[in-house]
Design a protein around this ligand. Structure first.
Ligand code: DGL
Length: 283
């Protein structure tokens, strides 16, 4: 992991909301396009609630960064979302959840924050042969929170953690069919295949975007688990508990701290949101 001591090159986020009053919304963020998989599930669970998504593209991937860097970026984006009217946050990134969710909750104790973590518990329930694989970023696998999840739920199974450096960067480039991406997926799936796992957790929100390629590399007999839908259901419960009335059009706003084009293209192509527009969040 990068552990630079010099100040990270944080680009300032625009804190000016679009024209008009602040509409209560759910703020969602990820290091990049991966969180769109969570956003889609949120849209299905909460069709009447405005969603505001930030992809921190200019600073992706988070998975090779230090914990301090991930915390600083997450807090910066959360401040931006709060300014835009977000009444709660969904951290659509396993890496940011592992490193930053606690800092966010300590900073804003009355602001609900829902995170996403590798579904170790459901994987233990699903495995038939007691061998589970976890594909995630280097920073997620190195985190104390992941260690605690394994200690709490996976003591009686064999759990093989597979860090996947480089995978997020290639997915961010947008060519989900490239040979280079296929080679990297094969490199990370081979050890899991050889270990004979029958269940694999996709512990990064980018990976469901290439789920069919991971499935092909592991074999059809392997069950792939991701928990985007469960996170969206949890977010719905929290939102409903806030008792906020929403009316009118529930918009989905997309922002990127870098080039918004790949975010917009993927939202249109992979999610089928044909008229969605992504804008740049950097001033
Ligand atoms: N989608 C993020 C996650 O779930 C990717 C992290 C990264 O940028 O490396 O962990």
């Amino acid at each position: 992991m990068t552990t630079s001591t010099s100040a990270p090159p944080f680009a300032p986020l625009s804190s000016a909301p679009a024209a008009g009053p602040r509409v209560p919304c759910i703020g969602v963020f990820d290091s990049g396009v991966g969180g769109l998989t969570v956003l889609k599930a949120l849209r299905e669970q909460l069709p009447g609630v405005p969603l505001h998504y930030v992809a921190d593209t200019a600073h992706a991937p988070y998975g090779d960064r230090s914990s301090a860097y991930i915390v600083e970026r997450s807090v910066r984006i959360a401040e931006h979302l709060r300014h835009l009217g977000a009444r709660m946050a969904v951290v659509a990134c396993n890496t940011a959840t592992a490193h930053a969710v606690q800092a966010m909750r300590e900073r804003w104790p009355d602001w609900p924050v829902v995170g996403i973590e590798p579904g170790v518990k459901p994987a233990v329930a699903a495995t038939r042969n007691g061998r589970i694989g976890v594909m995630a970023t280097t920073a997620t696998i190195a985190s104390r929170r992941f260690e605690q999840l394994v200690e709490a739920h996976a003591r009686d199974v064999q759990l093989i953690s597979q860090p996947c450096p480089g995978l997020v960067s290639l997915i961010e480039q947008g060519d989900l069919r490239s040979a280079e991406l296929g080679d990297l997926i094969e490199r990370y799936c081979a050890p899991l295949r050889e270990a004979g796992v029958d269940t694999v957790l996709l512990g990064c929100t980018h990976y469901p975007l290439v789920q069919s390629r991971i499935q092909a590399a592991l074999g059809e007999h392997v069950t792939l688990l991701n928990i985007e839908d469960a996170v969206a259901r949890q977010a719905r419960r929290v939102w409903e508990g806030l008792g906020i009335a929403t009316s009118g059009d529930a918009t989905v706003a997309l922002e990127s701290t870098g080039d918004p084009t790949p975010l917009q293209r993927l939202a249109r192509e992979a999610l089928g949101w044909s008229d969605v527009v992504a804008t740049r969040a950097v001033t």
